[in-house]
Design a protein around this ligand. Structure first.
Ligand code: AMP
Ligand code: MG
Length: 418
């Protein structure tokens, strides 16, 4: 192991040290999905706010039917109707019942609900007219089918924490609590620079020797799907002066992070490191990772700079491993530990001793998850990343793994197998 190379863990720790989250803004709840809360949420009220029925049925007094059985059916007189949304509800007394709908206020005096299907007349609710009485043949416990006020959430309880990324269920909770304009961190602005004399933009003609600047689009998409805003700066040729000018422009834009791709290897024209080192501050360069060894971190006039390798796969894999957690921290997310699962290798694997992130396909086998490599692991081959739905992680120092070994897998799509 080259002692000058940082391990992935060291690089990540150094990268995430002292990252300050961006400033805060207020958004309407309808725009808050996937945004990161910048405030703790304490419930301003009980949920449910009033005790209500969990079923369509009859609100009763449990004591009235304590002895009910098939041999001793109990008949209660139905004294009224209470539907969801009604606020002014009458009370019931001994041997009385009230027809009640799901979500309706429990009448005073009642302490249980009997679902309509547990009565002698399961049709009693579909009929418009109120039945005169209801017959019950089973004992009922106090509290049955009642959602008690505050059973879900108690006023004052902490419901969500600052740093939490809002999911649909969180949005629902905020809505039901009446929190219509939560404070969230604003989306970090990420300047994106592609370096290389060989690059042309999509609108330009592809002359011999040139390739399209695909990293700009792929990385912009990766930034966007991480909850940040890509600010595409464009292509900078392999010229230190022009890169410096471009970095100054990013400083003017007051972005939160500058991400460049390519120009960080050992090539004669790989000048990104020199510019960061001489005009800014270089924190580290090169990590013991495959692919993506030339990864660079530094800053320029106070703005953090990340230099990604140029190969499209290296750029995307190092984005996944390093940039995403960095963006999460910028976005105010507190924990960025990744969801990792274990899967059984379908064939032997050889690698070069670096901590390796290999393109793979994860499938559901009979005895659990199975995983195998897809296509070429060459860092210039993007098609195998297209085929992949997961990345196998092999620890540093491990050069071969046998078929049947259990390996760590990072799913690339959390929701389903593609
Ligand atoms: P470099 O790190 O500059 O040596 O680039 C490594 C490889 O990535 C070279 O084959 C480059 O042509 C390729 N490459 C660099 N930048 C991009 C880009 N923006 N889009 C696609 N390929 C790129
Ligand atoms: Mg280059």
């Amino acid at each position: 192991l080259n002692p000058s190379l940082l391990s992935v863990e060291q690089a990540l720790a150094q990268l995430l040290r002292n990252v300050e989250p961006v400033s805060i803004e207020v958004v309407p709840l309808s725009k808050a999905l996937k945004r990161v809360l910048a405030q703790d949420i304490h419930a301003p009220m009980d949920l449910p706010p009033f005790s209500n029925s969990a079923m369509d049925g009859f609100a009763i007094r449990a004591a009235d039917v304590a002895d009910a059985s098939d041999g001793n059916p109990v008949q209660l007189s139905v004294v009224g109707d209470v539907s969801a949304g009604e606020g002014d509800v009458k009370s019931i007394h001994a041997d009385q019942a009230m027809r009640i709908m799901t979500g309706a206020v429990i009448p005073a005096g009642a302490d249980a609900v009997v679902p309509v299907e547990s009565t002698d007349n399961p049709q009693a609710l579909s009929e418009m007219s109120l039945p005169e009485f209801v017959v019950i043949r089973k004992e009922v416990m106090p509290g049955d089918f009642i959602r008690v006020a505050g059973q879900d959430v108690r006023e004052g309880n902490k419901i969500l924490s600052c740093g939490h990324r809002l999911r649909p269920q969180d949005i629902g909770m905020l809505a039901t609590l009446g929190i219509s304009t939560p404070s969230v961190y604003r989306k970090p602005q990420i300047a994106l620079i592609s370096t290389g004399d060989e690059l042309v933009d999509l609108a330009q003609e592809l002359r011999p020797g040139t390739i399209r600047d695909s990293n700009r689009y792929a990385l912009a998409a990766a930034i966007e799907s991480s909850g940040a805003v890509p600010v595409a700066i464009g292509i900078v040729p392999d010229d230190p002066k022009q890169l410096e000018k471009c970095l100054d422009y990013c400083v003017e834009l007051e972005v939160d992070l500058i991400v460049s791709s390519a120009g960080v290897s050992m090539g004669a024209f790989d000048f990104v490191r020199n510019v960061v080192e001489s005009k800014g501050h270089l924190e580290f360069w090169r990590v013991n990772i495959r692919p993506g060894k030339p990864f660079l971190k530094g800053s320029y006039k106070g703005i953090p700079v990340i230099g990604l390798p140029g190969n499209p796969v290296s750029a995307l894999v190092t984005f996944e491993i390093f940039v995403k957690p960095f963006l999460y921290h910028l976005s105010g997310v507190k924990t960025t530990k990744r969801f990792i699962l274990m899967a059984m290798l379908k064939h032997p694997i050889e690698t070069d001793g670096r901590e390796s992130y290999l393109r793979a396909k994860l499938t559901q086998g009979i005895e659990g998850y199975e995983v195998g490599l897809v296509g070429s692991q060459d860092s210039g081959v993007l098609s195998s990343l297209i085929e992949a739905n997961a990345i196998i992680r092999i620890p540093a120092g491990m050069e071969s793994l046998a078929k049947g070994a259990h390996v760590e897998v990072l799913a690339l799509h959390n929701e389903r197998f593609l």
